[in-house]
Write a protein that binds this ligand. Structure first.
Ligand SMILES: [Zn+2]
Length: 185
């Protein structure tokens, strides 16, 4: 249950003004656990070993059709209008086979999903593959899925395994995350 989640008090502290939000994009930061970024609206991470959730950008700036001359949280290429970006701070120097010194943890995945459920409830966002997707899934649709610096594979894989990453794995991971978000509603 969402109200019983360890981070529920953090979620309650978010500033969530009325307005139109249609979709959620899920990321990891490809950085250390405690380095927040205003490219996202909300992040989960660890500070001195302690799990936290924090708001890092005003939601209002993305409650509109965006153009380049306005400030906004630029989380997902071409998909920032009426969209919230959330991120699990993790995956510094990670590869699909080795998640590196700040690996994604099940606890972070769980916190990210609970946070998405909280936001989806607030803004009446439908939990399906069209409205709630990982950056990897958006990258598949928009043709920049992959491991190159200009490509993205956020949340295509949730634990390291010694096989190459594929688009079908990324979609399955997206489905697993959506199921976990729904379990909190
Ligand atoms: Zn991303």
């Amino acid at each position: 249950m969402l109200e019983k989640h360890a981070l529920f008090r953090d979620f309650r502290a978010f500033e969530l003004p009325d307005g139109e939000i249609r979709s959620l994009y899920l990321h990891w930061s490809a950085g250390p656990y405690d380095q927040t970024s205003s490219a996202y609206h909300f992040v989960v991470g660890y500070e001195r070993g302690q799990l936290f959730a924090r708001q890092t950008h005003d939601v209002r700036e993305n409650m509109r059709s965006l153009s380049e001359d306005l400030p906004y949280a630029a989380h997902t290429r071409g998909r920032n209008s009426y969209a919230i970006g959330v991120s699990a701070l993790s995956m510094l120097d990670a590869t699909p086979q080795n998640f590196g010194p700040a690996p994604l943890t099940d606890e972070l995945v769980d916190a990210l999903c609970a946070m998405c459920a909280f936001l989806a409830r607030r803004y009446h966002i439908i939990i399906d593959a069209e409205h709630v997707m990982t950056h990897a899934e958006a990258a598949i649709i928009d043709s920049y899925f992959g491991l190159l610096p200009e490509e993205r594979w956020d949340l295509a894989r949730l634990r390291p395994v010694p096989v190459p990453i594929t688009a079908s794995e990324a979609k399955a991971s997206g489905e697993a995350l959506r199921a976990r978000i729904r379990s909190y509603l």
